[in-house]
Design a protein around this ligand. Structure first.
Ligand code: UD1
Length: 359
């Protein structure tokens, strides 16, 4: 059996190696197609070299553009690739434009789609990720849910018969790569344990270029925190941050740096005090690390919020600061159990094998 796996954005790269190995152990061939959605070396090559993904040779290089332009280019490129490769199934992770493009291209060619991290919902259809994940779940032949709530969502949408609970593949990665975390970044940035926070901002809704918009509110809150904030800046956020620095007097405790590698982030996470982020991946990693976390208007991964492993802030600086002071260290053991204890890769590979081994 041959699976083509389509990746394009940062978290999808991290999730490649462990599931790839588990599939190969089951005798399933695995071929990767990179859409080129993320192309900056800081988001791309750094990860590839430390994850051993230098063998990704097929890249559609779609680059930047509007959602329609880039997703359209991806669909055309993926279709051409699938016609050549003729895989038995297409494997997709998460909720990016690359995920949706893969689902559309494969389904039009009647190639079964397998979706990892299915069933997650934030119930906000104005967010591109919600559209991507919902449509992909409904197109997919097999949906793998990372947590029980995601499985319930799939069942409620009539997808129960083709959905299974596997646990969260990102947790497998976290548990595996934590032992390889790169702590040299702490020395490089002159940081001591417990004496700094981490912040990341990249979501479309948080990076709209308005002086009084959410980005400015987030930055205003960060400047008021009691410890230095390490702020790896996503390429889309860079111009906004530059403008903020030019327009604002006091940004001394925000330490803007280039995006860090996965292993560096795992190093930073283990010694930080609090994580303030709009990334679904980083907020889960903060909880699995037993850290305090403020989710920047990211109303998803509701289990983290309900268990008070993370606090959600509204769109203004005061609310972010209130959430920050409310945030308590997460109960990492309970959260790790809820997300499947790191068994997702093995379970997913087994279920794919069981569903396709007659081919
Ligand atoms: C994308 C995903 C998001 C995921 C994130 C992980 C979508 C809609 N969003 O968000 O779900 O959490 O990846 O990091 O798929 N850019 C660069 N260099 C790059 C990549 C992007 O400069 O290498 C800039 C471009 O201006 C681009 C913009 O960032 O137009 C947005 O990139 P895009 O991939 O659409 O969204 P992300 O914010 O990275």
């Amino acid at each position: 059996m041959l699976i083509v796996r389509i990746v394009g954005a940062r978290p999808q790269f991290m999730q490649v190696p462990l599931l790839k190995n588990a599939l190969i152990e089951k005798g399933i061939q695995h071929h990767i197609l990179h859409t080129g959605q993320h192309y900056d070396p800081a988001l791309n090559e750094v990860l590839h070299s430390e994850l051993g993904l230098d063998d990704i040779r097929d890249n559609l290089n779609v680059g930047s553009g509007s959602h329609g332009q880039t997703t359209g280019k991806m669909i055309a490129g993926i279709e051409e690739f699938l016609l050549k490769k003729k895989p038995d199934a297409v494997l997709l992770d998460g909720d990016t434009n690359s995920t949706l493009a893969g689902a559309i291209a494969a389904s039009k060619l009647q190639i079964p789609v397998i979706h990892v991290e299915a069933g997650v919902r934030d119930w906000d259809s104005s967010r591109p990720e919600e559209i991507n994940r919902k449509l992909t779940d409904h197109i997919s032949r097999l949906n793998f849910a990372p947590i029980p709530r995601a499985l319930t969502n799939l069942q409620n949408e009539g997808l129960g018969a083709r959905s299974e609970l596997t646990g969260d593949l990102l947790l497998d990665c976290f548990l595996h790569y934590k032992a390889l975390a790169d702590f040299s970044i702490l020395k490089k940035l002159n940081l001591s344990s417990g004496d700094y926070h981490i912040a990341t901002v990249h979501r479309e809704e948080n990076t709209i270029d308005e002086p009084n918009g959410r980005f400015y509110e987030i930055m205003r809150a960060l400047t008021k925190l009691d410890k230095p904030v390490i702020f790896p800046v996503h390429p889309r956020t860079k111009p906004l941050f530059k403008e903020f620095v030019e327009n604002t007097q006091d940004t001394h405790n925000i330490h803007a740096i280039e995006p860090v590698s996965y292993l560096e982030m795992l190093g930073l996470l283990q010694h930080c005090d609090c994580v303030l982020t709009d990334s679904g991946g980083l907020s889960r990693e903060a909880a699995w690390s037993g850290k305090r976390c403020v989710m920047l208007f990211l109303n998803v991964w509701h289990d983290l919020l309900e268990s008070e492993s993370a606090q959600m802030a509204d769109g203004d600086a005061d609310s972010i600061l209130e959430s920050y002071y409310r945030a308590r260290p997460a109960d990492d053991k309970a959260i790790i159990q809820l997300f499947g204890n790191g068994q997702a890769a093995v379970l997913t590979a087994r279920k794919i094998y069981e569903n396709f081994n007659d081919r």
